[in-house]
Design a protein around this ligand. Structure first.
Ligand code: CP
Length: 320
């Protein structure tokens, strides 16, 4: 594996889950694989789980890890070609990425979308330039349109906790006070659509009118604007806010109450409730659920290590 950017980078979902769970059972078996190898984690935006779980995964594999907080500690990056750099940007991505590639065997990059211009964000220009210029394998730590380590974690967590062969999984939009990217729901949708194709889940998306995701990510899903109807028979509910894709980056008022709470949980098949975190308590998801027996959010965050470890292991095995 030379790049981990989307579900297209994984062929057999059952096999990658099986491999991740084997690493969870025996985390330190591959320590020699990463010896004298360096992982560089480059952040243009904040992170708790991605940063710590990916470092832990790399250390379990015997790697050295360097973290670069470009947003706080790095030079202001220029990403466009053909500009005279006589403004605020100090270093071009061509040099910055190439230099980091000299220091590291594998790089990870987190870069959120601007949510201003849909075409720019959905072209993944920054991520693609970073891959092109750094010259080493790159793992996405969340890009403008996807968060694949989170989605792989979610698939692992569903496989671990399912009580039927083909559980009903519902991605449920939730309220928020800020305009959030579509990366997590896009990614969850594309991984669940592929899981549905491979006979692993039955997948539904519930969102208010005006919050349709890009169709490239949702092919094969059942899509509804009726939350109560969608929740019927659900085995897993994945709660997440996102801003509008159609009216890009906008937040429309929603009259109905879409916060997941115990009254809505009662409509499900005693569903396990998931969220990628960070979560806004009693806005997106009720405290009674987060603190109750149906919440998987901490176990889900814990599984971030095994998703990162299985990806890094495959990349290390592919290095010359
Ligand atoms: N879920 C997730 O990616 O968390 P962080 O933003 O804290 O890394």
């Amino acid at each position: 594996m030379n790049k981990f950017f989307s579900v297209a980078d994984i062929d057999d979902l059952s096999k990658v889950v099986q491999d991740a769970l084997a690493l969870k059972a025996s985390p330190y078996e591959n320590k020699a694989l990463g010896e004298n190898r360096t992982l560089g984690l480059v952040f243009l935006n904040p992170s708790l789980r991605t940063r710590m779980s990916t470092q832990k995964a790399a250390m379990n594999l015997g790697m050295n890890v360097m973290v670069m907080n470009m947003d706080k500690d790095g030079w202001a990056l220029e990403t466009q070609d053909g500009v005279v750099m006589n403004g605020t940007t100090v270093e071009h991505i061509r040099e910055a990425a190439a230099v980091m590639g000299e220091y590291c065997d594998i790089l990870g990059l987190r870069s959120f979308p601007g949510l201003k211009d849909r075409e720019t964000d959905y072209n993944e220009d920054l991520f693609n330039k970073f891959v092109k210029f750094c010259g080493v394998p790159v793992v996405s730590l969340e890009s403008a349109t996807r968060h694949p380590l989170q989605s792989l974690t979610d698939l692992i967590t569903i496989a671990e906790h399912k009580e039927v062969d083909k559980p009903k999984v519902v991605l449920a939009w939730a309220p928020h006070v800020k305009a959030l990217p579509q990366a997590v729901p896009n990614s969850f949708a594309e991984w669940m659509c592929k899981a549905q194709q491979q006979g692993l889940v039955d997948f539904t998306i519930a969102h208010p009118m005006g919050y349709d995701l890009c169709e490239d990510f949702t092919k094969g899903a059942t899509i509804s604007d009726d939350l109560s109807d969608s929740l019927k028979g659900a085995d897993f509910v994945y709660v997440k806010n996102w801003s509008s894709y159609v009216e890009y980056g906008q937040v429309h008022p929603v009259a109905q109450n879409w916060m997941m709470d115990n009254a809505k949980l009662a409509l499900t098949n005693n569903a396990k409730v998931m969220h990628c975190l960070p979560v806004r308590r009693d806005l997106e998801l009720s405290s009674e659920i987060l603190d109750g027996p149906n919440s998987l959010v901490i176990k889900e965050a814990s599984n971030r290590v095994w998703a990162a470890q299985v990806v890094l292991k495959r990349m290390l095995e592919n290095l010359k």
